[in-house]
Write a protein that binds this ligand. Structure first.
Ligand SMILES: Nc1ncnc2c1ncn2[C@@H]1O[C@H](COP(=O)(O)OP(=O)(O)O)[C@@H](O)[C@H]1O
Ligand SMILES: [Mg+2]
Length: 219
């Protein structure tokens, strides 16, 4: 899917305080199937931008078009359906549900989808190297294994856009590299568009395009 942002602004208004402008007139276009890196210092507005492009948060002004459609015209319930069907997120922290097993955690996004067979889900867990952990709870896994499961969960329903917000920020170098490769492999396999937030210039170089953001502006 193609994503286009036009004149995006985000600001927070607090009583008895000046407004805080987080995003300032952002314009960008990401072509369908493109992998882009969003790079910039902490506090630059990367996560805020990703939340808006991923329809999790609304801008103060401006538009986001996904395949030409302005979804911010719709209510939150509608946005939820679009996210569930077309968008996958991987965050710095895995947000797996502690009371569910690995297999249950990755089945949650697809439990209504009768076409997706248990065997297919297990094939993807196998590819991610965590099939032997399917009956375990998240707390029984290493940080790297937890993040592998989070990647599988984000990609299980074949999303057309993936947002990965510092997906390896919490892991050591080697483990982080393995997660990155897993993410790139699966995203390439399914031909999705990817927006990857990172501090890591080497990782950013693996994408098709680097977008730099500083103090809420694209350079
Ligand atoms: N709810 C909020 N109210 C006020 N300021 C916020 C809020 N959420 C985020 N911010 C501020 O927005 C700025 C950008 O945050 P963020 O998008 O998380 O940056 P990044 O992901 O690049 O580190 C930060 O200065 C942060 O403090
Ligand atoms: Mg962030």
């Amino acid at each position: 899917m193609n994503i286009k942002a036009e004149n995006l602004n985000k600001q927070y208004t607090k009583k008895n305080s000046t407004d805080v402008k987080i995003l300032k007139n952002i314009n960008l276009e990401i072509k369908s199937g493109q992998k882009i890196a969003l790079i910039g210092p902490s506090g630059a507005g990367k996560s805020t931008l990703v939340h808006i492009l991923g329809l999790m948060d609304r801008p103060t002004s401006g538009k986001v078009y996904i395949d030409g459609i302005d979804y911010f015209d719709k209510d939150n319930k509608y946005l939820h359906v679009i996210r569930r069907n077309y968008i996958g997120f991987v965050f710095q922290f895995h947000y797996l549900m502690p009371d569910f097993t690995v297999l249950e955690n990755v089945l949650i996004p697809v439990w209504k989808d009768k076409k997706l067979k248990l065997k297919q889900v297990q094939d993807i867990l196998n590819k991610a190297g965590v099939l032997h952990r399917q009956a375990h709870y998240p707390s029984e896994l290493s940080g790297g294994e937890q993040q592998r499961v989070a990647v599988v969960r984000a990609l299980i329903n074949n999303p057309r856009i993936i947002f990965a917000d510092e997906p390896t920020g919490n892991l050591d170098g080697q483990t982080g590299l393995e997660i990155e490769n897993l993410l790139f492999d699966i995203v390439t396999d399914i031909g999705a568009t990817m927006v990857l937030v990172t501090h890591d210039e080497n990782l950013a170089k693996k994408t098709d395009r680097i977008i730099r953001i500083i103090d809420g502006c694209i350079l």
